[in-house]
Design a protein around this ligand. Sequence first.
Ligand code: ZN
Length: 517
Amino acid sequence: MPKQDRVIVFDTTLRDGEQSPGASLNIDEKKAAARQLAELGVDVIEAGFPVSSPGDFEAVKSIAKDVRGPEICGLARAVKGDIEACWNAVKHSKRPRIHTFIATSDLHIEQKLRMTRQQVLDRAVDSVRFAARLTDNVEFSAEDAVRSDFDYLCQVIESVIDAGARTVNIPDTVGYSIPSEWGDKIRRLVDRVPNIHKAVVSVHCHNDLGLGVANSLAAIQNGARQVECTVNGIGERAGNASLEEIVMALRTRKDLFHLTTGVNTKEIARASRLISKLTGIPVQPNKAVVGANAFAHSSGIHQDGVLKSRTTYEIMNPSDVGVEESALLLTARSGRNGVQNRLKHLGYSLTAPKLEALFAKFKLLADKKKYVFDDDLLTLLDEEGRDASAETYHLDYMSTTSGTGIVPTATVRLRKKDEVLQEASCGDGPVDAAYRAMAKITGLAPELKDYALHSVSSGTDAQGEVVVKVEAQGLVVSGKGTSTDIVEASAKAYLNALNKIVSSRAGGRPAVAKRGM
Ligand SMILES: [Zn+2]
């Protein structure tokens, strides 16, 4: 029997989890997942339902052969053929387990099984007895226990323990229970079943009302010492109780539960990513523990708090679950502290006036796009550096019109010291029209040698960075411009190049070596 202060983590990602619509895995994928689950330190891997298909049989068998550490378990209905198929697959493991089940609620007995309570009781006992002849590590599940008659449920549990079950699983198969009620039911079952001490009480909670984890924890507080769960909480319908949430709740609130698991929590993030990738089921950003935002702070107040003391807004250390670090997402709500901290992280420390100037640009950009990523910050820094290089012309205003059947036109206003210069032009497209308007203003019309556009960061609101190469009387210079609006980025790049021509003519350091001398 396990130590009373230890909870057994039974992972059914490869059985119940794989029953999620569209999540079926091939043998190699299942093996890769099983290896990661072993790294994660789960106690039992329910690798599949061997009788259900030759593929699943082979998958369970090969995991049993190759994956060391956890017990390898297969599922079987309370049917001789299922149990034999299950044993033939798991027997290759050093630590095999047979998990057999039958429903015990009147609803399932009458509507689904078309049997009587007595027939179900007999079938449960016979199956466990049969399995126990193959291995002493037999688990029995009373499917739909949550809606089963309590007295009958206790009778079935007592009988299967006598028949050799070493683990008795009490499932909330349809996610119907409420934590207080479920905890009380587990407590009453532990108190009522006379031979319960010969077995480990387990729970298997579905998440149809979003209470899978809460019900699992309530059951643990009332005597359950095995919990069945899945990585990312995937599973039938709304899924199963999530492994990472249960494990981190026990760990974070050790003061309340005084219980441990064998899980190496630092492997949680890796396991979550792998299962998401293999099943194609994305993890929602606000998912507890493993969601992309689980350790992301976007409001300035929170960022300020976290920078001063992480525990002001974090109850878990991200590195404890294998997440590199808290993410201070830079958004329109971020403050100077957050921006300065990120710059430091990128290796930049700006003087107060420089930070002020950059922060103003940051706010403008942050109002335009959801997140300001590191690349965006570096681009702002780059632009800040460029601005500081005494550019002659500054883009003050630009509007363009273009579209099908419309003459592309641009109106551009540049500032040159206190002078405001404005021109309009039409062109082949909005960018060409803007370039022509700028040529009218500056009197410079270099030849466009190259034009390149790439996105600075990700997302539909990513900044585009344009790099142009122009040539004017043998002088070839490049210009760079960035904006969430690519026409504006194109104009800025061109203007940056024009400014380089102006400053090189003014005797500034030529951008590149002269050609054709
Ligand atoms: Zn289930």
